[in-house]
Design a protein around this ligand. Sequence first.
Ligand SMILES: Cc1ncc(COP(=O)(O)O)c(C=O)c1O
Length: 388
Amino acid sequence: MVDCLGMDPLLAWRSEFPIVETCTYLVSHSLGAMPRRTEAYLSQFAREWGTRGVQAWYEGWWEIGRVTGDLLAPTIGAAPGTISMHQNSTVAQSIVASCFSYAGPRRRIIVQDLDFPSNHYLFNGFARYGAEVVTVPSDDGVRGRIDRVVDAIDERTALVNLSLVLFRSAHLQDVAPVIERAHTVGARVVLDLYQAAGAVPIDLTSLGADFAVGGSVKWLCGGPGAGYLYVRPDVMHEMQPAVVGWAGHGAPFDFETGPIAYADGVERFQSGTPNVPSLYSARAGYEIVAEIGVPAIREKSLRLTRRLMDAAVARGWRLNTPDGDHERGASVVIDVPNGAAVVAGMTARKVIVDYRPDAGVRVAPHFYNTEAEIDLAVETMASLAGAV
Ligand SMILES: Cc1ncc(COP(=O)(O)O)c(C=O)c1O
């Protein structure tokens, strides 16, 4: 929203992100800009390690997974105590996949062809344990076919993987009908929130998804090493992940051997020692996103991406992102001729975007970007597309 003087209040946050002073940073779908206060949090970690040593475990480090999850929870509409933290989204997803047995008739896992490759690799890996992966195709490589996902779900389905925003096209999918259908036949749903969290309003509690996974590198501005796993509170106790470790035990410091006696709470999904420095680094981005609020971020994102799409269409470029505000995430994929070379040229001119084969140039403004930066990106792209 702009105020009565036409000013954008979110631009006050620019000074908190050092990199935006050095380049036109439009790549938050890949690596969100680092907040200034991240450095302070990382220094705090080093200070605690350096001065408190092993005592630090008893002064906050051991519980840091739960505390960090609780900090993230409001941004994705989750209740406190429902999020555990992991090295990355793929590890979180592997814990979800390990909650099921694939030996009986209910052994199907449904994915879409446009899901992120990690999901494909991981679930296909579970074929060795009996899982049958059903891949739902899209028609155009841009839009996921939710109707086909719904039709694919039946009593043979154990798990449905669903990306809220598709990484390749930024298609924001209507996941509610899938969750409803899955629950009707006793299947579970895991949402991949990676390209949505921090940029698109999400209410996991009202959606009723069984699981959700993602990471902090992109719109959450939290850096690497802070993947998250949400589990619906009322099904949490039924879930018995096979991928587990001593930190998931109800009494980890008893060091019992043999099969695990799971912790009651979200810790049951914890494998081993928490990734403390990464969780310190994630804190700043989570705080800032929560302070601004995702609705304000979304309002600005829709404004900047619309400006970008209008300018791209005016130059005759095809968009590989759905047009409607209700059906696109926070990035725009533009099919510019010679996209890879154009992106290399833009990088050399300090306009930072990226390129994906079979998709195009991906441009991703966030709350710290300006309209002038959008215009500069389009002009730079146009001059290079003509030249290469
Ligand atoms: C939608 C989506 N899912 C999953 C991943 C993989 O995440 P990670 O590297 O944290 O496992 C990515 C990474 O870009 C992604 O965009």
